[in-house]
Design a protein around this ligand. Structure first.
Ligand code: ZN
Length: 224
């Protein structure tokens, strides 16, 4: 805890004090580029990962980067998403899962969450992910199953996003786009879901452009 308090002091006296104009502008308004939905896992830093500055990412985090489908009890997730697109006019929504996800581990091995009834209930919103992994990928070893669960869960949560009226209407009118990403902590890579190939593919930079690395297309999708 001491480190955090020391950090507050360092932030105010060094970073904030040296960027007063920037923080003055931020105090007037926020105009974020994207809504970034990811896991609460402490190893993910969305701003570090994307090199976004304060004010550029509107962030929603919870265990397992879950988006409860519309029609369930209104919770923080739906309210946050609605605010992001209706009030802030955000045009891109990213759901970003990650390697070594404890929530996905718990989803696949319920023994790990036996003493956590709230986590267990929360992960009901990812049951579709579990069923898919168990039915299609039951022969894979545990780590491979975990990787698949991380990927499939991003897709399941993207589907849940589509159930929100505010999202569905804007998707229909092509006013917003939704994106599935998986961050691999071990390598620093981000895999992006490419619907044409139905796979998560790594991003590469080539000839001044970013695109997914099509040389990595495989069947079936078992990476990262
Ligand atoms: Zn996680």
């Amino acid at each position: 805890m001491f480190n955090l308090i020391a950090g507050l002091h360092q932030f105010k006296t060094e970073i904030h004090a040296n960027n007063e104009e920037f923080f003055d502008r931020l105090a007037q308004q926020q105009v974020p580029d994207a809504l970034f939905i990811t896991c609460s896992d402490s190893r993910i830093d969305p701003n570090l990962l994307t090199q976004a500055k304060p004010g550029e990412l509107f962030i929603l985090r919870n265990a397992g980067n879950i988006v409860p489908p519309h029609g369930n009890q209104i919770g923080g997730e739906e309210a946050t998403i609605e605010f992001a697109i209706v009030s802030l006019g955000i045009k891109d929504i990213i759901v970003c899962g990650h390697s070594q996800c404890g929530a996905m581990r718990g989803l696949l091995d319920t023994e790990l969450i036996r003493e956590m009834p709230a986590v267990s209930a929360w992960l009901d919103y990812a049951q579709q992910t579990k069923q898919l992994v168990l039915s299609k990928y039951h022969k894979l070893d545990h780590e491979a199953k975990l990787n698949i669960a991380v990927q499939e869960n991003v897709l399941v949560q993207l589907e849940h996003l589509r159930t929100y009226p505010s999202v569905a209407e804007r998707l229909e009118r092509n006013e917003i786009a939704i994106h599935g990403w998986v961050y691999k902590i071990e390598t620093g890579e981000v895999y992006i879901y490419e619907s044409d190939y139905q796979q998560f593919l790594p991003l590469i930079y080539e000839d001044g452009h970013y695109h997914v690395d099509l040389s990595k297309v495989i069947q079936p999708s078992i990476q990262p």
